[in-house]
Design a protein around this ligand. Sequence first.
Ligand code: PMP
Length: 309
Amino acid sequence: MANSAEFIWFNGEIMPWQNATVHVMSHALHYGSSVFEGIRAYDTPKGPAVFRHEDHMQRLFDSAKIYRIPVPYQKQELMQALRETIRVNGLASAYIRPVAFWGDVGLGINAGTGKPADVAIAAMEWGSYLGEESLEHGVDAAVTSWNRLAPNTMPTGAKAGGNYLSSQLISGEARRHGYTEGIALDVNGTISEGAGENIFLVKDGALYTPPVTACILPGLTRASIITLATDKGYTVHEQSIPREAMYLADEMFMCGTAAEIVPVRSVDQIDIGSGKRGPITQELQTSFFGLFSGETEDRWGWLDYVNAE
Ligand code: PMP
């Protein structure tokens, strides 16, 4: 895994990675006032392709709108900048991190209001977040003692920097106890999501995933899986799910841009199904990763080929 690349796009310019710096008094550093995206570009037979590029950029603008952070670029300009960042770094595949944040706008909590954000786009190589072997062998997860943010505290539909303090508590507690990932319940005690992943259960051949009202980030991987699974004839229920449904599921997996599609083999030390990756999880992985090898036809226009223009 590389944590950096040669070049980064910052406030309209491609510059050497080490030159993209901000002041220690940046508003976002003190108050979490940033919105960001996690996007992947895959190495396809037609060169690098950004997965659901426009949908991710739209979510960045939606997150900024919720927090009233003016992004001083158009969506298409940032998409162009993102492609350029992949190209100048010569990346065949990449994890891409656009971030818009309040920088040097003053120390008052509301000092940033109305002021334009600083914007950066970094692209680097990054393997699957929960480990390459996790895709096949699955991970052990546990419900953490930290609930997901309540809907009237901070909006989980915005992918904002401050929300990730909650994610750090969730994953940190799980990891300290020897699990790969933590699962949070929402304020009602029903399943919400992982620290950086949405959750699916499989029971009697149907899929179940918590609804957006369960204080989740509505993930684009989640949305893609719902489309792919429905297309294959599976019924997908977006509904409130009690904790014990995980223990009784036939299969379970987590999904997200960084983690991709990861089977969960146990929760709270209870084996899920056979305690191994299940057949429906594997089928969905095959059709998801097939989008990038060309084996799954991209009927939805999800791939944006970086070298096409
Ligand atoms: N939930 C949280 C809290 C996340 O950080 C992520 C990763 N962005 C997801 C879900 C999955 O979202 P996506 O599939 O869009 O990456």
